[in-house]
Design a protein around this ligand. Structure first.
Ligand code: THU
Length: 133
């Protein structure tokens, strides 16, 4: 798992280089690991019409799901300063993640890291179960 997480962080770091963030100047790279062992990466993509942009985490999740993956076991996010996924991205990742899925935050430069489980980062989350029961 540690090796896979290191690889996931490296993929997020590489994706961050493609961040399109001319308005905020805040570059984010993200990568998700699938249960099948594949990695999908994304970056934030801003737009002159501000709300039309998308966070790096959702780009990565949507890439994975659009390739047929529905079980995500880890998410890595790389920013300049250990920026943490926004609420919308937590909820979107949650849709495809178990309680013990791992979220790793890493720095673009420097090796400080923070690690959470899905349960920790989005407690009492709303899931499909609520719609069924
Ligand atoms: N951003 C992300 O990509 N992920 C987050 O979880 C937080 C924010 C992006 C959106 C925007 O392009 C920039 O960072 C500043 O908010």
């Amino acid at each position: 798992m540690e090796d896979q997480l290191a690889e996931l962080v490296a993929a997020a770091r590489a994706a961050r280089k493609h961040a399109y963030a001319p308005y905020s100047q805040y570059a984010v790279g993200a990568a998700v690991l699938t249960k099948t062992g594949k990695i999908y990466a994304g970056c934030n993509i801003e737009n002159a019409a501000y709300p039309s942009g998308l966070c790096a985490e959702r780009v990565a999740v949507f890439k994975a799901v659009s390739e047929g993956e529905r079980e995500l076991t880890a998410l890595a996010v790389v920013t300049a300063n250990l920026g943490s996924p926004c609420g919308a991205c937590r909820q979107v990742f949650s849709e495809f993640a178990a309680d013990d899925a791992v979220i790793v935050l890493a720095m673009a430069r420097g090796n400080r890291r923070q690690q959470f489980t899905m349960r920790e980062i989005l407690p009492a989350r709303f899931t499909a179960r609520h719609l069924r029961e």
